[in-house]
Design a protein around this ligand. Structure first.
Ligand code: HEC
Ligand code: HEC
Ligand code: HEC
Ligand code: HEC
Length: 118
């Protein structure tokens, strides 16, 4: 029976690791953040019967890029909203997804720019 107990311990350890990562994956998505701030589906997708694709133009109607760049100016290791390639106009969706987990676009080429994107 001793082996069985050991197996149980190992199993529960493995399970707790999985539970931990499942929790980490449950990061809050931007659709939830926006809904909580009172932003409706139609504020991004339009009121028409066929949902409009959401371009960067929509994002910057509410989020001024110059102000945004100022807000994150002191961020380390670099400002995600102002860079030498695109200045303040990097395509939002390179990093921010609305209905799925966001990603860090810079990290693919610059490993040291390891910020976490909401
Ligand atoms: C902050 C802007 C924003 C809000 C608010 C928003 N969406 Fe979206 N939605 C997007 C973007 C951007 C995409 C493209 C894929 C992505 O980035 O996740 C998208 C894609 C979709 C898609 C995939 C198919 C398609 O039409 O392109 C559906 C369905 C959708 N949204 C439904 C909704 C519904 C329902 C709501 C309200 C609960 C909502 N969205 C609120 C920005 C938004
Ligand atoms: C109708 C106005 C509106 C539009 C359009 C809009 N947002 Fe927002 N967004 C808000 C508000 C309000 C908040 C909550 C207050 C804040 O953080 O500025 C917010 C918050 C955010 C945040 C911060 C979330 C956090 O966890 O701190 C991000 C990132 C963001 N928006 C990205 C986007 C992107 C990308 C788009 C385009 C796909 C977009 N927004 C379109 C109004 C808007
Ligand atoms: C290179 C990746 C990247 C791109 C491109 C990007 N963002 Fe962000 N964004 C971030 C990161 C990282 C944060 C978190 C900043 C922090 O931790 O304070 C953020 C935070 C935000 C916030 C919350 C700011 C705050 O502190 O209240 C908003 C709003 C936002 N982004 C909107 C946008 C919009 C709109 C665009 C397109 C014009 C855009 N972002 C493009 C990476 C990016
Ligand atoms: C497709 C690959 C690629 C992506 C994605 C990329 N860069 Fe770069 N970046 C480069 C290359 C190549 C150089 C060197 C050439 C140059 O100086 O323009 C560089 C140079 C730089 C430099 C100046 C040199 C240095 O290392 O300090 C900065 C700052 C920078 N990138 C920031 C960013 C930021 C911020 C992002 C995300 C918004 C980003 N890059 C995304 C390829 C990339």
């Amino acid at each position: 029976m001793k082996n069985l107990t050991l197996l149980n311990i190992i199993l529960s350890l493995v399970l707790s690791v999985f539970a931990g990562s499942a929790l980490a994956n449950k990061a809050v998505l931007l659709d939830q953040t926006h809904a909580a701030a009172g932003v409706k589906c139609s504020s991004c997708h339009g009121k028409a019967e066929t949902r409009e694709a959401v371009t960067m133009l929509k994002c910057v109607k509410c989020h001024n890029t110059t102000k945004l760049a100022k807000k994150t100016a002191s961020m380390k290791p670099t400002n995600p909203h102002k860079n030498r390639h695109f200045d303040t106009e990097t395509t939002c969706s390179n990093c921010h997804n609305v209905h799925e987990k966001s990603q860090n676009y810079c990290e693919g080429c610059h490993a040291r720019f390891d910020f976490v994107v909401p």
